[in-house]
Design a protein around this ligand. Structure first.
Ligand SMILES: CC(C)(COP(=O)(O)OP(=O)(O)OC[C@H]1O[C@@H](n2cnc3c(N)ncnc32)[C@H](O)[C@@H]1OP(=O)(O)O)[C@@H](O)C(=O)NCCC(=O)NCCS
Length: 221
């Protein structure tokens, strides 16, 4: 993170419940500005996230600077990191990155087998998720939990989601599957995926030569 002195990013606890209204106001303000119309969470809901140890808060000295919480869906098969917010004057310092990193670690610790996912239209979040190892996926790979999708009802684009029978909308779905770590470990290291790696994977082993079919090969022998 670039320089902001005395900034701390921690898993929230009881002592942070006093920030709930401020957090909610900041989320409200941002969603008004972005025109997404995402519904305000209730005080009780955010407070329970905080007291259950399922939220990450950033504080500059004792001033609220940023927040995010985790929620499990589909019988704990999936976890989403939601409600990400950084107070405008602290934006551009890498704070969201640090909050998401912490929320990711918390999700892995609390739900080690769960797939971690998110929906976003924002470039910043896409970049951060990509760095954490998420991949873009179609909605078919995300939770089918109705309660999760009901959360989209406050969004101005909900009619699109409904019309598309939940298969697509304006948001990009991004997913991290812990099963990928097992594959990476088997190969002896944490897999670092870059576009170059993916491009190499996509390249046909024998170049773009016309492949001889098995029957032609057999005839020759
Ligand atoms: C989105 C938001 C959380 C980003 O917070 P931030 O602390 O400024 O983000 P960071 O400084 O950690 O930036 C992370 C990356 O995103 C990029 N980024 C940040 N804001 C961006 C923006 N508005 N547009 C494009 N890229 C952006 C940064 O350059 C950085 O990329 P890099 O790794 O290539 O350098 C903040 O702008 C915010 O609270 N917005 C309103 C609420 C919101 O949109 N929440 C997300 C809901 S899905």
């Amino acid at each position: 993170m670039k320089e902001i002195k005395n900034m701390k990013v921690v898993v929230a606890g009881e002592e942070h419940v006093k920030y709930v209204d401020e957090i909610n106001d900041a989320i409200d303000e941002a969603s008004k500005q972005r025109g997404t119309g995402i519904a305000r969470r209730t005080f009780e809901y955010l407070a329970s996230k905080i007291t259950d140890g399922k939220a990450v808060i950033a504080l500059h000295d004792d001033k609220f600077a940023g927040f995010c919480y985790i929620e499990s869906w589909g019988n704990k098969g999936f976890v989403a990191n939601s409600g990400l917010i950084v107070v405008p004057k602290y934006r551009g310092y890498g704070l969201a990155k640090e909050i998401k990193r912490k929320a990711f670690q918390l999700s892995r610790k609390k739900y080690p087998e769960a797939k971690i996912f998110g929906l976003t239209t924002g470039l910043a979040v896409m970049k951060i998720n990509h760095e954490l190892g998420y991949r873009p996926v179609t909605f078919s790979e995300l939770t089918t939990d109705d309660q999760f999708w009901n959360g989209c009802k406050g969004c101005v684009n909900y009619d699109i989601l409904e019309r598309m029978d939940r298969t697509k909308c304006l948001c990009t779905g991004m997913l991290y599957d812990p099963a990928w770590e097992k594959t990476a470990k088997k190969n002896g290291s944490i897999r670092k995926r870059s576009l170059l790696d993916i491009a190499h994977k996509l390249k046909p082993k024998n170049g773009f030569k016309k492949q001889k079919s098995e029957s032609v090969k057999k005839k020759k022998n």
